[in-house]
Design a protein around this ligand. Structure first.
Ligand code: AMP
Ligand code: ZN
Length: 119
């Protein structure tokens, strides 16, 4: 029951269901990608599995194939958006990792030089 409530209130699950509008750049059976509402780079795309997994820490061995396809999907989106000079993929995990939205997502950032170390 708790899990069900978490999913129905989850902002990214609501984007998957079309209950919250988003600027989608990609969608298939398992993944959705859309523009971040508060972009931190000229290109800032959020790529999510449709399956509600709270964070990388909640993914299981059974999700390994999905996780691989997820990263590969991000690469294909980077190609589609012509980020041929490079890009950065970020997976914030847990409070110290800076994760705010509790639905597994990666940030695909590009269009400018990225600093290191990250903040
Ligand atoms: P994180 O800090 O890794 O959890 O990042 C969550 C990201 O989701 C932030 O960059 C937010 O700007 C972004 N975000 C939150 N709500 C929305 C929304 N409705 N549409 C698009 N991006 C969103
Ligand atoms: Zn969710």
């Amino acid at each position: 029951m708790e899990e069900k409530n978490a999913m129905s209130e989850c902002i990214f699950c609501r984007i998957v269901k079309g209950e919250i509008p988003s600027k989608k750049v990609y969608e298939d059976e398992n993944f959705v990608a859309f523009h971040d509402i508060d972009p931190q780079a000229p290109v800032h795309i959020i790529v999510i599995p449709k399956k509600h997994i709270e964070s990388l820490n909640e993914a299981t061995e059974e999700d390994a194939k999905l996780l691989g396809e997820w990263v590969f999907t991000a690469r294909k989106i980077a190609e589609k958006l012509k980020l041929d000079k490079g890009y950065r993929i970020v997976i914030n995990t847990g409070p110290q990792g800076g994760q705010v939205v509790l639905h597994l997502h990666l940030h695909l950032l590009g269009g400018r030089n990225m600093g290191w170390p990250p903040g």
